[in-house]
Ligand binder design. Sequence first.
Ligand code: SF4
Length: 216
Amino acid sequence: MPTPRDFPYIWTTWLPRLLTGENSCEWAIWFKAHHQSWERVPSDFDQAKWMLDHTALLNERIANRTVGGHDVDIEAQNRFELHGKTAILAGRPDIIAHREDHAVIVDAKTGHDSPSHAVQVMIYLYAVPRSLERYRNAKLSGQVTYRDHTVRISAEAVDDKFIQNLGALIRRLSADKPARRVPSFAECRFCDISAAECPARVEDDYEPEDGTTEDF
Ligand code: SF4
């Protein structure tokens, strides 16, 4: 049985795909923001392999930063909670490498390049100086590091428009009124909320409806 939370709680990693439009079902995150201990769909994702690959990449990047003269904080050391009026935004950047008054927030990704990865780092660039006192006045920048390349993100990317969009999304996800539910096989197949909690869950793929035209 899902247990209602006392106050909406949102993990940073739940947000980027909604912000980029790669996912549309806001209800999934609304439900997670308001509940814990829900019945999860068993995943065929190979968690152990992902953890081994991710840790190996992380250790490489930590070694590079250390050689470069940075002090490096890792994962749990970077845990933050940013308390708003409607929700708590929580996260745990992989690496924050700092030297003098500069700090770089680095997220390591073992899979394919995706716009949502950069957006995840942009949310960290927004939340870290507002929640971790030691970075309040740091000159921040961000990076998504893949095996073979790095995407750099400047702090200026976190502009008023981005903050407005992020704030509006978090307010929708933390409202009492349920957010929009958008069932589709493309999203439901990767969603860990079972049909017991979400009766709209789409379990099977289906052929799109078709028509004919003389226009081309
Ligand atoms: S199962 Fe599908 S419709 Fe239900 S919350 Fe997940 S993505 Fe949305």
